[in-house]
Design a protein. Structure first.
Length: 568
């Protein structure tokens, strides 16, 4: 009886404390009112709309997490106009906006775009700009400019345009961001002094307005009473041994899906996931890839490896490297199968296949045209570089991929690139400048010279830079209309053709669909030529590559001829 009383009254005290207000007791909130469609992490899911979850950080600020891993403090929520006001607790929102992907959230931004300029001289007058001190460096200032007069002034001054972002200049200058939402549409309820919430008895995410006929205390007491009864019955229910075991199994299932490490599946699971290998996505020397499904909404790609001796090391490599990392530009390993001699790897499913599909040479088929714009190709090139930068610098240990090529750059539904296939990857310390290798690894046409012969230098992260450079040049070369007398459209021939034309100051004969396409192509080509320099020491680091791609390319100089050494 004493245990039962404890189970009844202790939850009453706890729930009374939690339900006394709609705020999280661990947040300071500063007068912030949180209710539907928002909810705090500790509250039941029906208290808020999906995608509107808030939580508290260690400084007790109320935080909204936006894709991809952008955490901003909530300053104010206007439920009538359906707007939320945010600011960066680290006081440099400019460094977070490039990572922000609102297309994957319920929020949108309606501001005019802002250009960022890096200037070598300070300005005393206000030409319609905001100074961003946190992005500056000794001798340089970064300014956010939106006004027409400001853009004209900075474009003609001692400044270089860094990038354009779809946010107002005040966002950068005041360190604040204002977003709005259209779903759920609760502003009408709020303006009438009514509450908004989910409709009863429906599984759809439908909302409606309802009158505030009960006092706040009445709602709290009624909810607390229901929760007490449910909680008490639930605690008593869990006392049986069988139900405790069931709970353990449930917790293990949830932990497997939340864990960073991939989940291990049996071969029977693999057959069930792929519907008995019903839909084949592709096939190669490594094995066959099938489309699978973990649930009604989660699709995966299952790579079933062939039963060969050479796959053992690659299988361990793949799990040991990609299984421990997570980045927006690296494909996610969901799970694996090591059931006797049967081996398989389970990845997130990416519907747009690989980059190879979009960069076939124009001459490969009569009348063929590219399915992708140069702006999108530039986006893919930059995303791939950021993925490599994460592998080289963002992990506890440096990860060298050794097989960067178009076939290993997968594209999601928005054509965002993700690096895959880590079978040849190698882990090494960040402090080591060179890597010991017993045999060459990679794909012919993308392998760096030093991987084939140590006479050209030491194998290091610069070997991935070479492969990435060949990938960039293949992106450009796929759209080149080669001279009629040039019969061989090989990687080397097209890359050398690109260098000769740039060296003479001639325009590359490529398809031009939009203004600025020529500038993008020239930038991709020059960066690619820098990356394939014969000696590793002459190649840029991946961080320098990323910076070159983020700029407008106007200050890029043509590299030394990378084909001279190959002919000597």
């Amino acid at each position: 009886m004493s245990i039962l009383l404890f189970l009844v009254f202790f939850p009453l005290l706890s729930l009374g404390h939690i339900l006394e207000g709609s705020e999280d007791s661990s947040c300071k909130n500063d007068g912030l009112v949180i209710h539907f469609p928002f909810r705090l992490r500790h509250q039941p899911k029906h208290c808020g709309y999906p995608g509107f979850e808030l939580h508290c950080n260690n400084k007790k600020d109320t935080i909204l997490e936006l894709p991809s891993s952008v955490h901003l403090v909530v300053e104010k929520i206007d439920y009538v106009s359906q707007q939320i006001h945010l600011y960066d607790p680290e006081e440099c929102i400019a460094t977070k906006l490039p990572k922000l992907n609102l297309s994957q959230s319920n929020f949108r931004n309606d501001d005019d775009p802002t250009d960022l300029f890096n200037c070598s001289a300070p300005f005393s007058e206000n030409y319609g700009y905001y100074l961003i001190p946190c992005l500056g460096s000794p001798g340089y200032q970064v300014h956010a400019v939106t006004s027409t007069s400001g853009l004209k002034f900075f474009s003609s001054g001692p400044c270089t345009k860094i990038h354009q972002y779809p946010y107002s200049d005040s966002t950068f200058g005041e360190n604040k961001l204002q977003l709005s939402w259209s779903v759920p549409l609760c502003g009408n309820c709020e303006s009438k002094g009514m509450d908004c919430g989910f409709k009863d008895g429906t599984k759809l995410l439908e909302t409606h307005c309802f009158n505030r006929t009960m006092t706040h205390k009445g709602v709290v007491l009624g909810t607390a009473l229901v929760c007490i009864i449910v909680f008490s019955l639930y605690k008593l229910y869990l006392t049986s041994r069988n139900e405790r075991e069931s709970r353990v199994r449930l917790e293990k299932f949830l932990d497997d899906y939340k864990a960073i490490r991939p989940t291990r599946y049996s071969y029977a699971d693999i057959k069930k996931i792929t519907d008995d290998f019903n839909e084949k996505l592709g096939e190669g020397s490594y094995g066959t890839v099938y489309k699978g499904r973990l649930s009604s909404e989660i699709y995966v790609a299952v790579k079933v490896l062939r039963d060969s001796k050479g796959k053992g090391e690659e299988f361990i490599n793949e799990i040991g490297t990609i299984g421990r990392i997570h980045h927006v530009n690296v494909v996610r390993l969901v799970g694996f199968c090591a059931d006797g001699f049967r081996r398989a790897l389970i990845y997130e499913y990416l519907p747009n296949d690989s980059l190879e599909r979009f960069i076939l040479p124009v001459s490969s088929s009569p009348g063929s045209v590219s399915l992708i714009s140069w702006n999108k190709l530039q986006h893919i090139a930059l995303g791939t570089a950021r993925g490599i930068e994460y592998l080289h610098q963002g992990c506890d240990q440096q990860i060298l991929h050794f097989d960067i090529k178009p076939q290993n750059i997968l594209l999601d539904h928005n054509l965002n690139p993700k690096i895959c296939d880590f079978g040849l990857a190698k882990l090494c310390s960040k402090e080591k400048s060179a890597v010991t290798m017993t045999a060459a690894r990679g794909t012919i046409g993308y392998i760096a010279p030093e991987v084939l012969s140590r006479n050209f230098g030491k194998v290091s992260h610069k070997s991935d830079i070479y492969s990435y450079g060949m990938l960039l040049l293949e992106m450009v070369g796929g759209s080149i209309k080669m001279d009629s007398k040039t019969n061989n459209h090989s990687k080397v021939n097209s890359s050398e053709w690109i260098y000769r034309h740039l060296e003479k100051g001639e325009e590359l004969k490529i398809r031009i669909e939009e203004e600025g396409d020529g500038t993008i192509v020239r930038k991709l080509a020059i960066v690619g030529l820098w990356c394939i320099q014969w000696h590793p020491i002459d190649r840029p680091s991946i961080k320098e590559v990323t910076q070159m791609l983020e700029g407008d390319g106007s200050h890029l100089n043509l590299s030394p001829n990378p084909f001279m050494a190959s002919n000597t």
